[in-house]
Design a protein around this ligand. Structure first.
Ligand code: SF4
Ligand code: SF4
Length: 117
């Protein structure tokens, strides 16, 4: 069974271009939507994403909608905690494929990580 894990130096979910994220207003609170939109920078990337290290500059203080946590996903997407693993894997697949491609190094690293015993 695959186990969700965030791989380092990916950042596919930090590409926030609203054009590629339909329905934001359906799962974000109004103040979160305002925060989200204020974070969209050049090329659709989050202004807090460090392109050199490919890490979040504010990781300990990142917003709720950046957190893969059971309470957050249940509240935002109605995902039961038991389904979080599969849902999170699908989200990452979707983001990584859209941004880097199906056969990218990022996808290979993600696949290797989630199937690690
Ligand atoms: S897309 Fe997934 S693996 Fe990549 S940075 Fe985001 S949470 Fe981590
Ligand atoms: S705040 Fe951090 S984790 Fe959230 S989208 Fe921006 S760079 Fe990514």
């Amino acid at each position: 069974m695959a186990t969700w894990s965030c791989v380092k130096q990916c950042g596919a979910c930090c590409h926030l271009d609203p054009a590629e994220r339909p329905g934001l207003e359906e799962y974000l609170l109004p103040e979160e939507l305002a925060l989200y939109l204020s974070m969209v920078g050049e090329g659709g990337w989050c202004i807090n994403f460090d392109h050199t290290t490919r890490e979040c500059r504010i990781y300990p203080h990142r917003p709720r909608f950046c957190r893969v946590e059971p309470e957050v996903f249940q509240d935002m997407y109605g995902v039961e905690p038991a389904d979080l693993n599969d849902f999170a894997i699908d989200c990452c697949w979707e983001h990584i494929e859209a941004l880097y491609g199906d056969c990218s190094l990022e996808m290979l690293r993600f696949e290797r990580e989630i199937w690690r015993e």
